[in-house]
Write a protein that binds this ligand. Structure first.
Ligand SMILES: *[C@@H]1O[C@H](CO)[C@@H](O)[C@H](O)[C@H]1NC(C)=O
Ligand SMILES: *[C@@H]1O[C@H](CO)[C@@H](O)[C@H](O)[C@H]1NC(C)=O
Ligand SMILES: *[C@@H]1O[C@H](CO)[C@@H](O)[C@H](O)[C@H]1NC(C)=O
Ligand SMILES: *[C@@H]1O[C@H](CO)[C@@H](O)[C@H](O)[C@H]1NC(C)=O
Ligand SMILES: *[C@@H]1O[C@H](CO)[C@@H](O)[C@H](O)[C@H]1NC(C)=O
Ligand SMILES: *[C@@H]1O[C@H](CO)[C@@H](O)[C@H](O)[C@H]1NC(C)=O
Ligand SMILES: *[C@@H]1O[C@H](CO)[C@@H](O)[C@H](O)[C@H]1NC(C)=O
Ligand SMILES: *[C@@H]1O[C@H](CO)[C@@H](O)[C@H](O)[C@H]1NC(C)=O
Ligand SMILES: *[C@@H]1O[C@H](CO)[C@@H](O)[C@H](O)[C@H]1NC(C)=O
Ligand SMILES: *[C@@H]1O[C@H](CO)[C@@H](O)[C@H](O)[C@H]1NC(C)=O
Ligand SMILES: *[C@@H]1O[C@H](CO)[C@@H](O)[C@H](O)[C@H]1NC(C)=O
Ligand SMILES: CC(=O)N[C@H]1CO[C@H](CO)[C@@H](O)[C@@H]1O
Length: 744
């Protein structure tokens, strides 16, 4: 992780504030260490679908049964490691013009693939892609497995492995050729460094070492469970790619710089988009690093034949400016950081209950608390598969940032949230203002499928989804709730203003009905239906109401906190457009006593194509709080009817991910905690032995928004919401909770 000193200082400050506030409020009574370690993950064989991971949110290492990437090439992914393939022969991104669609009587340009610009459209979707930085595994020298074949996982005897959640490390052991091998795997909590310890007599015999290998990027939309390709000797001969390794090796340390350049130079060293990064390596004993081995794509092997212990540290960076620390320093830093993490923030203890459902919810909760730090606490929002494997080329989706990140606030870990927020919105503000302006709107239109430059990939759904727009307002409100001061108001003000300006300007005044409409064209949360006829999607209208309420209140807070002193940077007056749109937004569409996905949708509850995918109608009351502005109050009978209808009619077998926590939050606010728990433990919402949320037929495993959404729903069960403080667990679960503040 490369936090700027200013960001790091802020994070630290927030951490201290949060921790001391929580401690001052209530002394801890839960034995957190005992509970956390009771869910340590134990394996005796590699899983074919998920690794065990160590990591820090910006870099993570996926391990097989050896604690390394020996038999299964799990991945090392980062926030910052990306790669571009060559541009198409005759086009550059400037050639991409998208498509014009009729929008309320005028042509609006959308970033959609243009058939006349197929090559550059595809390039913009597929590039950049997140790169698998390396593979690190055991090299077995001259040892062979059964019947003279290369050593395989089946040759290991008594393999066991434990992921210790309390220290964020993996211990693996097995017997090979009659000799014991023990391996520890660690990640530094704040720098992108991996630490490995190997203890075995096989080291001294020269039969055990470490290999480093470098998979080549590819353009698979989903690259799971393994990212990249390992070219064989013949494909290397075809010079399919241009890759160089610059290495310096000494007996105690080494550096490998990997440079990937396009064959024809269109995206190579002639421009800044070259992929180049460093592995700075250090080991304890006199060792010998050699490579690349002939016929491989840069396979290097480290042996340390003079010892029965090899302590190894690998630092990954794009600048090569690290001084790797010792293995002992790294493992101490991780132990301190993780025990602080578990001891601070909020916690739920369900262990007094014998209910198997309580046990399972506790397991999912603890493992999600671990996995969201490793995979999601990043300077950019994570991709849907975190740092486990690549989905959507490794890009992240700004509408999903909500589910990935919001729980950090509810669980008292603002330090982790502040790695990406509000900085991410500040970085993407200028390009989002451009996007809105090009389309004739005010303010900032946030992108969808995004890479770290803020570019939103072309796509029909990508360009027409709108539920990511109010997210910054929800985050800002939570931030203000945790830190209600002028600094918070200032940090978010430009983002709040540009977000609300766009939302007000996007709403279209319908002279016939006298209300402001959303769409067409628009895709609702469920990404179903014809965008050209979709008007006034119910959830989006509710979210527009919520967001404009927040923005209006924001300006009022600034006005009162600045003693009426005008500040040219931060206007104190509430823009008239916001109040005009807020007070005359179209009503939420209702038919036969229930909400409908959008206004005028035919056969709302009888068309199988409608009652499938994300049931966002459940988000109106649950995920979102009811408005406190007094405007357009919710009809709770309609809310209840809609919840009932979803439960009996929706194709929930086809639902996945955050749908279930969203349904649970709806049930909770309606006063039905039992139904909320039934949703959270629905068989279609499943987590594997290591706590990874399973993907199913729609998306590969893991689908990390499930983890974040689960934690958000558990926070609502534990900490409650305005007017209804928690806990809301069934009394017989004997839940003990600490550290939660009341939610929105
Ligand atoms: C891309 O733009 C350049 C410069 O305007 C032009 O020469 C080239 O023909 C364009 N390529 C395509 C495929 O339109
Ligand atoms: C929506 O309308 C645009 C014209 O404004 C048209 O090009 C596009 O194909 C239509 N899309 C659908 C899904 O009907
Ligand atoms: C494997 O173990 C056998 C029996 O202990 C031994 O003779 C042999 O040398 C070992 N092989 C290697 C390559 O170390
Ligand atoms: C494997 O474990 C069992 C049970 O602890 C033990 O009896 C056996 O000796 C072990 N095998 C080896 C090769 O160490
Ligand atoms: C492995 O085999 C090669 C070739 O037979 C030999 O030169 C080398 O010394 C062996 N290495 C070890 C550690 O036994
Ligand atoms: C490969 O890339 C290097 C720079 O990284 C460049 O000097 C060289 O010309 C490239 N080779 C080819 C064949 O493109
Ligand atoms: C063992 O260490 C010594 C220096 O301490 C070195 O000269 C020797 O080559 C090393 N042996 C191997 C196999 O690395
Ligand atoms: C839970 O189970 C344990 C062991 O089976 C038993 O001793 C205890 O009384 C049970 N507690 C409750 C609350 O049922
Ligand atoms: C106005 O806003 C700027 C930028 O956030 C801030 O630095 C400055 O202190 C503010 N001035 C007053 C008078 O509040
Ligand atoms: C105004 O609203 C009505 C009812 O929703 C809709 O049918 C009509 O298309 C809207 N008018 C415009 C210009 O969008
Ligand atoms: C408001 O005015 C009081 C008294 O002049 C001053 O102490 C305080 O700092 C002011 N607050 C802000 C945010 O400007
Ligand atoms: C092809 C491509 O992505 N080009 C980009 C290379 O990097 C520069 C500066 O970072 C961008 O402006 C180009 O668009």
């Amino acid at each position: 992780m490369r936090l700027s000193p200013a960001v790091a200082a802020t994070s630290l400050l927030l951490l201290v504030e949060t921790a001391s506030a929580a401690l001052a409020a209530k002394p801890q009574t839960i034995n957190r260490q005992k509970i956390v370690q009771s869910f340590n993950v134990r394996r005796s064989a590699s899983s074919k679908t998920t690794p065990l991971q160590v990591g820090n949110g910006n870099l993570a290492f996926g391990a097989d049964i050896t604690g390394l990437q020996t038999f299964l090439p799990y991945n090392i992914l980062s926030t910052w490691g990306w790669h571009n393939f060559s541009l198409p022969a005759t086009a550059t991104p400037d050639n991409f013009t998208g498509l014009d669609w009729d929008t309320h009587g005028r042509l609006v340009n959308y970033d959609q693939p243009n058939p006349a610009e197929q090559a550059i459209s595809d390039w913009l979707i597929q590039n950049p892609q997140r790169i698998n930085l390396a593979r690190i595994g055991l090299d077995f020298g001259n040892l062979t497995g059964a019947s003279g074949k290369p050593v395989a996982e089946a040759d290991l005897v008594n393999a066991t492995q434990v992921l210790d959640l309390w220290t964020g490390s993996i211990r693996s052991s097995f017997v090979l050729n009659g000799t014991a091998v023990e391996i520890e795997t660690w990640a530094h909590p704040e720098e992108d460094m991996i630490g490995i310890a190997i203890r075995s007599d096989l080291l001294a015999a020269g039969d055990l070492g470490l290999f480093l290998d470098f998979p080549y990027p590819d353009t698979n939309k989903f690259d799971a469970p393994f990212v990249g390709v390992y070219p064989n000797a013949s494909s290397l001969k075809e010079a399919a790619h241009n890759e160089t390794f610059q290495t310096v090796f000494d007996p105690w340390y080494g550096t490998i710089q990997r440079i990937l350049a396009s064959k024809d130079g269109t995206n190579g060293s002639s421009n800044a988009n070259d992929t180049s990064y460093y592995l700075q390596l250090q080991w304890n004993n006199y060792g010998h690093m050699a490579g690349p081995q002939p016929g491989t794509n840069g396979r290097y092997v480290l042996t340390a034949a003079n010892s029965t212990e090899l302590l190894f540290v690998a630092a990954f960076s794009s600048a090569g400016d690290f001084v790797p620390m010792s293995f002992g320093g790294l493992s101490d830093a991780a132990t301190d950081w993780w025990s602080d993490y578990w001891a601070s923030g909020a916690f739920v203890d369900l262990t007094a209950s014998n209910d198997t459902q309580a046990k399972e919810l506790q397991r999912r909760t603890v493992l999600s608390q671990y996995l969201t730090v490793v995979n999601s606490a990043s300077t950019n929002p994570p991709q849907e598969s975190g740092l486990v494997n690549n989905g959507w080329y490794g890009k992240f989706h700004l509408e999903m940032a909500f589910w990935h990140l919001v729980h950090f606030a509810r669980w008292g870990h603002f330090d982790l949230l502040s790695r990406s927020l509000p900085d991410m919105y500040t970085r993407f503000l200028a390009s989002s203002i451009d996007r809105a302006k090009k389309q004739g709107y005010q303010g900032a239109r946030w992108g969808k499928m995004t890479d770290p430059t803020g570019r939103s990939a072309p796509g029909e759904i990508n360009s027409l989804l709108i539920w990511q727009q109010p997210h910054p307002l929800y985050f800002a409100e939570l931030h203000y709730r945790a830190h209600p001061n002028a600094s918070t108001l200032r940090q978010w003000d430009a983002i709040v203003t540009a977000t609300a300006d766009f939302m007000a300007s996007f709403a279209f005044f319908n002279k016939t009905t006298g209300v402001y409409d959303l769409g067409p064209p628009v895709y609702p949360v469920s990404e179903t239906g014809n965008p050209n006829v979709t008007i006034n999607p119910a959830f989006e209208l509710a979210y527009w109401r919520f967001g404009l309420d927040v923005a209006i209140r924001w300006k009022q807070r600034i006005a009162s906190s600045s003693n009426g002193t005008a500040n040219a940077t931060h206007a104190t007056a509430v823009p008239k457009a916001w109040t005009a749109v807020r007070s005359k937004l179209a009503p939420l569409p209702v038919a036969n006593g229930t909400f409908t996905t959008y206004e005028g949708i035919p056969n709302m509850w009888s068309d199988p194509a409608t009652v499938t995918d994300h049931p966002a109608l459940a988000g109106i009351y649950g995920w979102l709080p009811p408005s406190t502005s007094g405007l357009q109050p919710l009809n709770l009978t309609v809310v209840q009817n809609t919840a009932d209808k979803i439960r009996t009619t929706w194709d929930l077998k086809n639902s996945y991910g955050w749908d279930f926590p969203m349904l649970a939050m709806n049930s909770l606010r309606l006063g039905n905690a039992k139904q909320a728990l039934a949703y959270l433990l629905d068989p279609a919402f499943s987590f594997d032995d290591a706590g990874y949320p399973t993907g199913g037929s729609r998306v590969p495993t893991p689908y990390m928004p499930s983890s974040g959404a689960l934690l958000q729903a558990v926070a609502m069960l534990a900490g409650g919401w305005d007017g209804s403080p928690g806990p809301h667990f069934p009394a017989e679960w004997k839940a003990v909770v600490e550290g939660f503040s009341v939610g929105l």
